[in-house]
Ligand binder design. Structure first.
Ligand SMILES: NC(=O)c1ccc[n+]([C@@H]2O[C@H](COP(=O)([O-])OP(=O)(O)OC[C@H]3O[C@@H](n4cnc5c(N)ncnc54)[C@H](O)[C@@H]3O)[C@@H](O)[C@H]2O)c1
Length: 316
C-alpha cells in the first residue's frame, strides 16, 4: 500500500510504515497536480500538515484514497465531514505538540522576567558603549518560582504547561468552562510520579490573581482577552499567547502595555498572521516568535509515530 506524505513526515513515521510493509512517498506534489498523481500511483493514504488542502473535489476524484492524515491539530485544510461521509478515515495527532507549546510559553516567560526580549535587541547596538547602563536597566528581574501562573483554557496544552509550572515550584490556577478539576501526573526522569489536582476557578479569579497568564483556548468568535480583562490584571502581569491569533485584542494589548495596565507580553501567534502589525513587532515589552509552538524535532517525531500507528491499525 502507498502513503503519500505530501508535506513531509519525520523519519520515525517513515521507518514505522516501511517496517509494516507500506511504500512511503515523500515527494511534494503541487496542489493542482495532486489528483492525477494520486490516481496514476494508486495512493491509499495522503498525509498533510497545513500546506496541502484536501477538499471535496479531490476526495471525489481519487477513489483509491482510504485515509487522510493531518500531522498536528487543526483540520481547516481538510473537508473532514465530507471525507467521513464518503467512508474515508480522517486522522490527526492532537496531543503530539502539547509539551512543545508548553516549553515555548516558558521560553517567553523566562526571557521576559529577565528582560531578554529587550537585551537581545539592545546589546548588539549598545552593548559595547553602554554596558553599565544596560546592566542597570535590567537589574530588577524576578524569579518564576513561587509566582502564580494563570492558565485560561485547560485542555491538552494548558495542562502540559501547568505541569512545567508545577515542576518549577509555581502555583497554578486555571479557568476552563469544560473542567471543574483536573488530575495531572508529573513524571520524573527516573520513573517516579507525583499526582497533582488542580481545581479550576472563575476567569475573573485567574485574571485578578495570576502573576503570569497563558492562553490555551481554540479560535473563537470574539476576543477572550480585551480591555476589560486587561483592567482586571495586576500591573506587573505578563500575558502569553501561543494559542491562536485573534484570541487577544492586540490594539487593547498595546494600550494596556503603554498605559502600564500590565507589564509585558509574549506572542507566538498574531491577529494579522503572517503580517503582524508593526505596533506589536516594535513594542519593547513584547517577546516575539513566528508561530513556532509545535516546531520541535521531538514533536515531529511523535507526529510521525502517531500517524504511522494509526495507519497500521486501520489498514493492517
Ligand atoms: N503555537 C502553536 O504553534 C500551536 C500549536 C498547537 C496548538 N495551538 C493552539 O493551542 C490551542 C489549544 O490547543 P489544545 O490542544 O490544548 O486544545 P484543547 O481542545 O485540548 O483545549 C482547549 C481548551 O480550551 C477550553 N476553552 C474554550 N474556550 C474557552 C474560553 N473562552 N475560556 C477558557 N477556556 C476555553 C476548552 O474547554 C478546552 O478544554 C488551540 O488554539 C490550538 O490551535 C498552537
Amino acid at each position: 500500500m502507498k502513503v503519500l506524505a505530501n508535506d513531509g513526515l519525520a523519519q520515525s513515521g517513515v521507518d514505522a510504515l516501511e517496517k509494516a510493509g507500506f511504500e512511503v512517498i515523500l515527494t511534494t506534489v503541487a496542489q493542482d497536480q495532486l489528483e492525477s498523481y494520486i490516481n496514476e500511483n494508486n495512493i491509499d493514504v495522503i498525509l498533510v500538515r497545513s500546506a496541502t488542502t484536501v477538499r471535496q473535489e479531490l476526495i471525489d476524484a481519487c477513489p483509491s484514497l482510504k485515509i487522510i492524515g493531518r500531522g498536528g491539530v487543526g483540520m481547516d485544510n481538510i473537508d473532514v465531514q465530507y471525507a467521513k461521509d464518503k467512508g474515508l478515515h480522517v486522522i490527526n495527532t492532537p496531543a503530539s505538540s502539547s509539551h512543545s507549546v508548553g516549553e515555548l510559553v516558558f521560553a517567553h516567560l523566562f526571557g521576559l522576567v529577565r528582560f531578554l526580549q529587550d537585551a537581545n535587541r539592545n546589546m548588539p547596538l549598545e552593548g559595547d558603549t553602554k554596558f553599565g547602563a544596560l546592566k542597570k536597566s535590567y537589574a530588577k528581574g524576578v524569579e518564576l518560582k513561587g509566582q502564580t501562573l494563570g492558565v485560561i483554557g485547560f485542555g491538552r496544552i494548558g495542562q502540559a504547561t501547568a505541569k512545567i509550572a508545577l515542576g518549577l515550584g509555581m502555583k497554578v490556577i486555571a479557568f476552563d468552562p469544560f473542567f471543574d478539576k483536573v488530575d495531572l501526573d508529573l513524571e520524573f526522569f527516573d520513573g517516579q510520579k507525583v499526582s497533582f489536582t488542580v481545581n479550576t476557578v472563575s476567569k475573573e479569579e485567574v485574571l485578578k490573581n495570576a502573576d503570569f497568564i497563558t492562553l490555551h483556548v481554540p479560535a473563537q468568535d470574539g476576543y477572550v482577552i480585551s480591555t476589560p480583562e486587561f483592567k482586571m490584571m495586576k500591573n506587573t502581569a505578563i500575558i502569553i499567547n501561543a494559542a491562536r491569533g485573534g484570541v487577544i485584542d492586540e490594539v487593547a494589548l498595546i494600550e494596556a502595555l503603554e498605559s502600564g495596565e500590565i507589564a509585558k507580553a509574549g506572542l507566538d501567534v498574531f491577529e494579522s498572521e503572517p503580517k503582524p502589525s508593526m505596533k506589536v513587532l516594535m513594542n519593547p515589552n513584547i517577546s516575539l516568535t513566528p508561530h513556532i509552538g509545535a516546531a520541535t524535532l521531538e514533536a515531529q517525531d511523535r507526529i510521525g509515530t502517531e500517524l504511522a500507528d494509526q495507519i497500521i491499525s486501520i489498514l493492517k
